[in-house]
Design a protein around this ligand. Structure first.
Ligand SMILES: *[C@@H]1O[C@H](CO)[C@@H](O)[C@H](O)[C@H]1NC(C)=O
Ligand SMILES: *[C@@H]1O[C@H](CO)[C@@H](O)[C@H](O)[C@H]1NC(C)=O
Length: 847
């Protein structure tokens, strides 16, 4: 909880008061100027005291308007629907000399977790299908030539306008052109129910008014990639003469003719082009037959229905800010279309992880080659866990599936348990290109802790004992913890354990000792294993062993001490002020929920904000946004929120680039994950603890209402609606195993299906009332607040004195000024504004 004393003196309240002052007083220019100067001096004084120089960035950062203008400079999205991203041009690349081609980097993609393609690209990618030597870091998504790269043109389009639209609600890319004679509509989609299918439909409809109709011939072109380096097309049965391990992939597709004709006798014609792909031949063949059979009618409705179920199960709605709503929908769509379809036909294939570029990207040496990093668990996973826990389980199942090589990796280095690779693909061996970043490959070991933390959050959200017992969840939790108990080395001098030679999330520091993030995530992993042993009622022997990891190692891990300036050094010997790449220490507060005082949280945010590389990846700013919201620093949070998406989202289809100016990997779903966390965990204020789900919502910038549909907790599904002063929690389906109650202040209400609970907006907590559920003591780890509170008071007193002196000075000055020169103008109270007490007092004195 924020310290109210400090909050009162925050820069925010100054700004707000200053604005209200300006609204109320007309004509007092002199007084106003002086007030401004004084407030400024005061704010500056506080900032020096609190170590905050971020004001500079804020004052000179471009305005929201400027951002919007820049954002819409290229190919604007002209649709006013929150789920349709539409334009009359496609993003192009090139120049007038070499000519222009489609900029596939900024093009929309369609996918269903099994297969995905960038629309009008020549390539399809399939989940888990990689090619290239993993040991040399050349494992990449195998590029399958796409027969669905189809373009249709009418014989004469005259001045007709083409429209291109990605409809994320439907999961369909539309291209339409309308002339006096006909309408041509082309749809491209990765079938959300028959997941082996990629479908292109062409529909031609004659305009009603055309009297003397004639044949209309539509030209079709399709240009799949040449076979390329990733495939050898074999006749199905021929045995391989090559000794290298090979994956089989089977593909069936409809040949594309060069034209289709709408006969003069008909008013309408449709054609469907279907591609079916699977690693299993009979599955691919069966799907293709189904596709052909249903092509005349049922294919499209079943696809729409499956997507409707996805959105019904979880989405975020904001009112009053279309731009934000579209960005949210786009981010969720692109992440979801890289995850397994939930309502699908037939058996599901093993899921092989989320990559920073999603399933539609990852060619050789591009877009991280389709590998999975910590991005998966730390960035994309948390919003998915709250909205679609079954998909969160799929993500974890990937790590479980490829744990074999992770055991080997730990053993090779003389450690125990599971050590996951920094980059992972099909087999789970380390596939980080050593020639690009050897230290990333060897030292970025925090990923094992990140995966363990994701498992902890899954158990916190679901208490899925079946997963723990029967689907290797407990093994994942225990064996990652075992790695951490075996990894540290004992430091005789300190009498504590060190984790030396690591790279923290901040990749500018490649071989350091005792990264605070790494050590904390390691400690949390061991603590949670101990908790889970209790939850599962493990044998005394196991429980004792796991507990000893916490008591002998976890509790004796060295954590770089909080300095005099009340902040966490990033690692042992971190020189304050040194440039860092991205959010690192600030991740302790969120997502790790490491307990610390508000002063330390504030200093961490202030200190690292100044030294974080401005050209770094988007999700850094989302984490600052979450941090500032915790401290109720709304204007700082707003700035960081803007920074977390506006410059990374590319129009018209809301594709994200990793870095500024359209550079880096596309379609950067890692950044989208961070951004969605800023919405849910930042503005929503959700914190998933082992024993409860906290919330403390506040409306995102420029919105009137936020509604989270289908938030899942302990088997129940909730709708949470936030307005400026009320929060409504409505259970739409109650999971029988864990009855829930919501607590706000001293009052608690049981949550019943169809009986919404309304609370004043503020902190609240949802937990189960089940008797046996708190049998195990939930781990709570943090700095401990001892010693810190004491150092705060002198500053608080000093700050109070400064404010008081300013106010007195102001009153005296205004009084003198007003008495001699002016009478008060009309005052009008701003709608919803907090009355400004000192001004009212003056008014009374004057009149
Ligand atoms: C890390 O610790 C090891 C072992 O004490 C030491 O040799 C090494 O110099 C330390 N590295 C740094 C960067 O301080
Ligand atoms: C281990 O878990 C048990 C059961 O929840 C708890 O009582 C105990 O305090 C934990 N041990 C440590 C060292 O955290």
């Amino acid at each position: 909880m924020p310290n109210p004393n400090v909050e009162n003196y925050s820069e925010d309240s100054y700004k707000q008061k200053f604005l209200q002052t300006r609204m109320k007083i007309r004509g007092l220019y002199m007084a106003l100027c002086l007030t401004l100067v004084l407030l400024f001096i005061n704010v500056a004084a506080y900032q020096t005291i609190l170590g905050d120089n971020s004001k500079r960035t804020k004052l000179f950062a471009p305005s929201d308007k400027a951002r919007k203008r820049r954002q819409s400079a290229d190919v604007p999205d002209i649709s006013s629907s929150p789920t349709v991203f539409e334009s009359n041009r496609l993003p192009m690349t090139g120049n007038s000399t070499i000519g222009y081609t489609l900029n596939t980097r900024l093009m929309a993609s369609v996918g269903n977790g099994h297969l995905a393609t960038t629309v009008y690209s020549d390539t399809i990618f399939v989940n888990g299908l990689y090619s290239g030597d993993g040991f040399k870091g050349r494992s990449h998504r195998a590029a399958i030539p796409s027969p669905n790269n189809i373009r249709a043109t009418l014989p004469s389009e005259g001045g007709a306008v083409r429209r291109f639209a990605l409809d994320v609600e439907k999961g369909v890319f539309f291209e339409t052109v309308r002339t006096d004679q006909v309408t041509l509509e082309q749809r491209t989609y990765a079938h959300q129910y028959y997941t082996r299918l990629l479908v292109t439909e062409v529909h031609v409809t004659r305009a009603q008014s055309v009297m003397d109709a004639s044949d209309i011939i539509i030209d079709l072109t399709s240009s799949p990639a040449s076979d390329g380096q990733d495939f050898v097309w074999d006749p199905v049965s021929s045995p391989s003469s090559d000794s290298r391990p090979r994956s089989e992939v089977h593909m069936y597709w409809t040949p594309v003719p060069s034209t289709i004709t709408l006969p003069s006798s008909e008013s309408q014609i449709s054609a469907s082009f279907i591609t079916s792909i699977d690693t299993d031949q009979s599955t691919a063949r069966e799907a293709f037959e189904i596709g052909r059979q249903f092509a005349r009618g049922d294919l499209y409705p079943t696809h729409l229905e499956a997507w409707r179920k996805v959105w019904d199960a979880g989405r975020i709605e904001v009112e009053g800010n279309l731009d934000l709503q579209k960005t949210i929908n786009g981010a969720l769509y692109y992440i979801l279309s890289s995850l397994p379809a939930q309502n699908h036909y037939g058996t599901a294939n093993q899921f092989y992880g989320l990559s920073p570029g999603g399933l539609a990207n990852g060619k050789l040496l591009q877009d991280y080659q389709g590998h999975s990093f910590w991005d998966t668990e730390t960035w994309m996973y948390p919003p998915i866990l709250l909205l679609h826990p079954a998909l969160a389980k799929d993500i974890l199942s990937y790590r479980i599936h490829v744990r074999g090589p992770a055991y080997d990796r730990a053993r090779e280095n003389g450690h125990q348990g599971l050590r996951f690779p920094w980059e992972s693909a099909f087999t789970g061996v380390e596939v980080t290109p050593g020639d690009i970043c050897m230290e990333c490959r060897e030292n970025q070991q925090h990923i094992t802790g990140d995966i363990a933390f994701a498992a902890r959050q899954y158990v916190s959200a679901t208490r899925d004992l079946g997963w723990l017992k029967d689907e290797n969840g407990w093994e994942l939790i225990m064996e990652t913890a075992r790695f951490w108990k075996s990894r540290p080395t004992f430091n005789q001098t300190r009498g504590l354990y060190d984790i030396n030679g690591v790279m923290p999330p901040d990749e500018f520091h490649h071989t350091i000792n005792n990264s605070i993030y790494t050590n904390v995530v390691a400690k949390l992993s061991m603590e949670f294993a101990n908790y889970t042993a209790c939850l599962l009622g493990e044998t005394e022997e196991t429980a004792e062993e796991v507990e000893s990891w916490v008591t002998d190692v976890g509790n004796k891990l060295y954590l770089p001490e909080i300095t005099d300036e009340n902040y966490h050094p990033e690692f042992e010997g971190y020189p304050k002020g040194e440039l860092i790449k991205q959010a690192d220490v600030i991740l302790l507060g969120y997502p790790l929920m490491w307990q610390m005082s508000d002063q330390v949280r504030r200093s961490d945010l202030n200190i690292y904000e100044k030294v974080t590389d401005r050209t770094g990846p988007a999700m850094t700013w989302s984490m600052f946004c979450v941090g500032w919201l915790e401290l109720q620093e709304y204007s700082k949070a707003r700035q960081m929120f803007q920074d977390s998406y506006s410059i990374y989202v590319k129009e018209p289809f809301k594709v994200w680039t990793e870095a500024h100016q359209g550079l880096g990997a596309v379609n950067f779903i890692t950044g989208m994950g961070g951004f969605l966390q800023a919405v849910l965990f930042g503005y929503g204020g959700f914190r998933l603890h082992v024993d409860r789900l906290d919330l403390n919502p506040v409306l995102p910038p420029d919105t009137d209402r936020m509604k989270i549909h289908g938030l899942d907790y302990l088997g129940s599904s909730l709708d949470v609606t936030v307005s400026s002063d009320v929060v409504t929690v409505n259970v739409t389906s109650l999971g029988g195993d864990y009855p829930l109650e919501i607590r706000a202040g001293d009052t608690s209400y049981s949550l019943q299906e169809g009986l919404p609970v309304q609370l004043p907006r503020g902190p609240a907590s949802i937990a189960t009332t089940r008797q046996d559920s708190n049998r195990c003591t939930p781990p709570v780890a943090g700095d401990g607040t001892a010693g810190l509170q004491g150092t705060t008071w002198p500053w608080v007193i000093l700050l109070s004195l400064l404010v008081l002196s300013t106010v007195i000075y102001l009153i005296l000055m205004l009084k003198r000024y007003c008495a001699t020169r002016l009478s008060w103008g009309k005052t009008r109270r701003g709608e919803g504004a907090v009355p400004l007490m000192q001004m009212t007092d003056i008014q009374e004195q004057v009149s």
